[in-house]
Ligand binder design. Structure first.
Ligand SMILES: [Zn+2]
Length: 253
């Protein structure tokens, strides 16, 4: 094998597409030819850099540039060499370029596909979240607008008069929608608890959490056998208690 044949075979060699006997001939030639040894090192490097040329995570710009320069250089070199020669006699490098291009396109396509798949999945999750928020809001609105829903105002008590609450009470479905406003942030280990005030003892209705502005919301189902006549909110240990022990912050008027 001479240098010309060696150069032609090199492209296929670095991508591992050269026949075994040709590999042996090529390696024998390279063993004794410093020029072709350099050529092989350069081709192997260009091939190794191929993944960096794609749109992966933070590809080094220099590596990408080097590969593109290399491919361009190869292309122009081959074009010059092809002049005056029968181009069909030297198709090996054209095949390698084609193979590399197809491989690059396939990898880019795959990565683009992965990226769009991720974006679509994220967008779908967001749509699902928004949809369930809309469903919840519409259900609340329908309950508030129902003809058999009454409003109970909750007034701030002496411990924190600025606090306000509004309770929408649907009698037929026995549901309370409770909105609280301007409650102070509960101290560590404490939380606000809502009570059904009945003709007998207060009955636990559930915990109601508040945001950084002291506003909060809870949807409460009134259990069978409980006949509330009003509501109250008190500050209790955060796990909740079965009878009120702490200060009353809001009470039905
Ligand atoms: Zn050589």
């Amino acid at each position: 094998m001479d240098c010309k044949e060696s150069k032609e075979a090199m492209g296929l060699y670095v991508v591992g597409a050269l026949a075994l006997d040709e590999v042996r001939e090529l390696e024998e030639h390279i063993e004794h030819c410093p020029t072709c040894k350099v050529e092989r090192a350069a081709d192997e490097q260009a091939y190794a850099l191929l993944p960096f040329a794609l749109d992966g995570p933070s590809p080094p710009a220099s590596a990408r540039r080097a590969l593109l320069d290399r491919l361009e250089e190869e292309r122009s070199t081959r074009r010059v060499e092809a002049r005056g020669l029968n181009f069909l006699l030297r198709p090996a490098f054209a095949y390698v370029l084609l193979a590399l291009t197809v491989l690059a396109i396939a990898l880019v396509g795959f990565q683009e596909h992965q990226r769009y798949s991720r974006q679509i999945a994220a967008a779908r999750a967001e749509i699902d979240t928004l949809r369930s928020q809309i469903d919840l809001t519409q259900a609340q609105l329908a309950l508030i607008q129902a003809p058999d829903t009454t409003v109970l105002n909750l007034a701030g008590q002496p411990v924190h008069p600025e606090a306000v609450g509004k309770l929408f009470w649907n009698k037929s479905r026995k549901i309370w929608l409770v909105y609280i406003f301007q409650l102070p942030a509960p101290p560590s280990g404490k939380a606000y608890e809502l009570w059904f005030l009945t003709r007998k003892n207060p009955v636990q209705a559930g915990m109601i959490s508040s945001d950084s502005q002291g506003n909060g919301f809870a949807q409460i189902s009134i259990p069978e056998g409980v006949e509330p006549i009003s509501a109250a909110v008190s500050l209790e240990p955060e796990q909740g208690v079965s009878a009120p022990t702490g200060a009353i912050y809001l009470a039905g008027t």
